[in-house]
Design a protein around this ligand. Structure first.
Ligand SMILES: NC(=O)c1ccc[n+]([C@@H]2O[C@H](COP(=O)([O-])OP(=O)(O)OC[C@H]3O[C@@H](n4cnc5c(N)ncnc54)[C@H](O)[C@@H]3O)[C@@H](O)[C@H]2O)c1
Length: 339
């Protein structure tokens, strides 16, 4: 038996980032009666262009920081849910400078759950499968909701910390909350620092793509639209206090994904360079989403990775004005790290 919840007026934190903005598009396309207030600090990873065409009666934008308790006191009353995507999200950045990750991912989540509890607003916390650490390549196991936390990087340890805060606020204060831990997303509006967009935009610019380590690290890819539908399902049908893993059986190693991208873009499959590995690079992630599928009846629609990848490549080809302004600085940062 699930708690049916019909939201009317939600706050989406981080709604100008990759996954948050895709979620805002998803709500506009599928739930025209739901008002969305996007709260976003517009860090280097946020881009108002992602949601600009949607702004109007249904979608409102507030420029602000989730660590700002006073702003939350003004903003949260009157809303019936917070869907929390805002985060520092890039592992490599967390290794170079962990502090903003502590601030946004831990303190920011703390401020939000305090506001949610004060104004009795339902809270959905968007998290990652990286909190579970990694699996061996030859291990038949996948992550489940019962897998112990074992985060490897500053990024994943701050996400794990925020998950634990949200759980404690349920147990201690009765915060009406749910958590989702999702695998790696791909799709439009993803920053060019991330693996798939970096490779695509390198190829468009005539730069040879770079592959970390031996390229055999496995990620469990899911299209961001499927992540959105899963979050919506959990928000509206999930049981309070529960965690749901989100995944679409998309396990692929990085070498295979890079070869897929090269093939889709008409390049030879060996037209890339090997570079040194990321320190502490997790070997394999894999999600068992049985609970979400059986309990809430969710299923992904983008089950053909190659066709989702083709559409994603096409999006970057069609939208150079979106990524070109940040491309050179992103590559310069990688170059300084030898990657
Ligand atoms: N990218 C993935 O594959 C993936 C997978 C699973 C879970 N997640 C989780 O999904 C969420 C979104 O990830 P993403 O890839 O879209 O990230 P992103 O880096 O693309 O976007 C983050 C957004 O949050 C905003 N933001 C950052 N700090 C803020 C602050 N202090 N106050 C207000 N806004 C702030 C940024 O401006 C940006 O718009 C994160 O919580 C991440 O942990 C991501």
């Amino acid at each position: 038996m699930t708690d049916a919840f019909i939201p009317k007026n939600i706050i989406v934190t981080g709604g100008c980032g990759f996954i948050g903005s895709n979620f805002v598009h998803y709500v506009v396309n599928n739930h025209p009666d739901v008002h969305v207030t996007v709260l976003d600090a517009l860090t280097y990873a946020g881009n108002l262009e992602n949601i600009k065409p949607l702004l109007g009666d249904q979608v409102e934008f507030v420029h602000g920081n989730i660590c700002d308790a006073q702003l939350l006191d003004e903003l949260v009353p009157g809303h019936d849910a917070i869907v929390h995507y805002a985060a520092e999200s890039h592992n490599d950045n967390s290794i170079a400078d962990p502090e903003p990750f502590l601030k946004t991912n831990v303190e920011g989540t703390f401020r939000l759950i305090e506001a949610a509890r004060k104004y009795d607003v339902r809270f959905h916390h968007v998290s990652t499968d990286e909190v579970y650490g990694d699996l061996a390549l030859d291990d038949p196991a996948k992550f489940t909701e019962e897998t112990p936390y074992h985060p490897s990087s500053p990024y994943s340890s701050t996400k794990a910390s925020s998950d634990l805060l949200v759980r404690a606020w349920f147990r201690t204060y009765g915060l009406r909350m749910t958590i989702s831990n999702c695998s790696n997303n791909y799709g439009p509006y993803q920053h060019v620092e991330k693996f798939i967009p970096r490779q695509i935009t390198n190829i468009i610019e005539g730069i040879r793509p770079k592959l970390y380590g031996d390229g055999l690290n496995v990620r469990d890819w899911i299209h961001t639209e499927d992540h959105s539908s899963a979050v919506w399902t959990i928000l509206t049908q999930g049981r309070l206090g529960e965690t749901y893993l989100i995944g679409a059986n998309g396990e692929r190693n990085n070498l295979t994904v890079l070869k897929d991208i090269l093939r889709v873009m008409g390049q030879p499959e060996d037209a890339f360079d090997w570079v040194k590995d990321r320190p502490g690079h997790d070997r394999r992630y894999a999600i068992d989403a049985t609970k979400l599928r059986t309990e809430l009846g969710w299923k992904p629609t983008h089950t053909d990775f190659e066709s989702g990848l083709r559409a994603t490549v096409q999006w970057y080809v069609d939208n150079p004005q979106w990524w070109e302004p940040v491309k050179a600085a992103t590559e310069a940062k990688y170059k300084a790290q030898g990657q």
